[in-house]
Write a protein that binds this ligand. Structure first.
Ligand SMILES: Nc1ncnc2c1ncn2[C@@H]1O[C@H](COP(=O)(O)OP(=O)(O)O)[C@@H](O)[C@H]1O
Ligand SMILES: [Mg+2]
Length: 235
């Protein structure tokens, strides 16, 4: 079994073989400001700079320029990686807010097919091994109904898995107190689930691996910090 490194110092050590099993799709859940986007970009940045694994990032919430600017704080030069064709940041924000797209069509969910097709094309053109979707909560707004949403997600995750792409799918938690019951659908559909939260009592950031198909992992809550190098689990 091939293992994909998480890129997060301290996180690989929670998995028996030192990372995610290749081809897994992993749901990353957290409240606003919990570090989900940083977690996703750090996964791609380290893949491109340390493991020769290319990445695709699709953003539905923040425009690519804003993400690039924010990530500069960690010393990550994403423009350079794009120029070297090791990373592509796909702009779904622009796609969604553009005035020339008929909003009725979007509500009908027809364009989700296009989005998925574009995503698959980009992964193939980039020869990418890593994919991040930020975020599912927003992408789902454009699906016609629950059935449609499940079908498309399953299709996408099977496609990525068949191409040996290891995916991080970000979604928003409704509360900082994250339980599996809050995500019945998503939890069963994905191979893995990781939660990021801010503990209301201690005001400490905590990360947990709730599920990871194909590997043994440590169960528990671990302190982490966001510092000048990005996300890091505390020793
Ligand atoms: N340069 C930085 N140094 C330390 N912490 C940062 C830095 N930039 C952002 N943060 C922290 O990360 C949070 C945003 O992370 P982000 O991944 O965008 O959150 P999410 O995607 O979960 O909403 C901020 O609220 C802040 O607490
Ligand atoms: Mg975010």
């Amino acid at each position: 079994m091939k293992i994909i490194r998480t890129g997060i110092p301290g996180l690989d050590g929670l998995f028996a073989h030192g990372g995610y099993p290749e081809g897994n799709s992993i749901l990353v859940v957290g409240g606003p400001g919990s570090g989900k986007s940083i977690f996703g970009m750090q996964y791609l940045y380290s893949g491109a700079t340390e493991y020769e694994e290319n990445g695709v990032y699709i953003t539905f919430e923040e425009p690519p320029e804003k993400i690039k600017k924010n990530m500069k704080a960690f010393g990550w030069d994403l423009d350079a990686l794009e120029e070297e064709e090791k990373l592509i940041i796909m702009d779904a924000v622009d796609y969604i807010v553009r005035d020339d797209i008929d909003t009725d069509t979007l509500k009908e969910g027809l364009d989700v097919d296009n989005l998925v097709a574009n995503l698959e094309e980009a992964v193939s053109a980039m020869n990418a091994q890593r994919l991040v979707i930020d975020s599912l909560a927003v992408m789902n707004l454009y699906a016609r109904d629950e059935f449609e949403k499940r079908r498309k997600l399953l299709k996408l995750s099977h496609h990525m898995s068949s191409k040996d792409v290891t995916s991080i799918i970000i979604t928003e938690a409704k509360s900082s107190n994250i339980g599996i019951s809050e995500f019945p659908l998503e939890t069963y559909m994905f191979d893995g689930m990781i939660t990021l939260r801010l503990d209301p009592e201690s005001q400490l950031r905590k990360i947990s691996v709730r599920k990871m198909r194909g590997t043994k992992h440590v169960v528990g809550s671990f302190k982490f910090s966001i510092n000048s190098g990005g996300i890091e689990l505390s020793a």
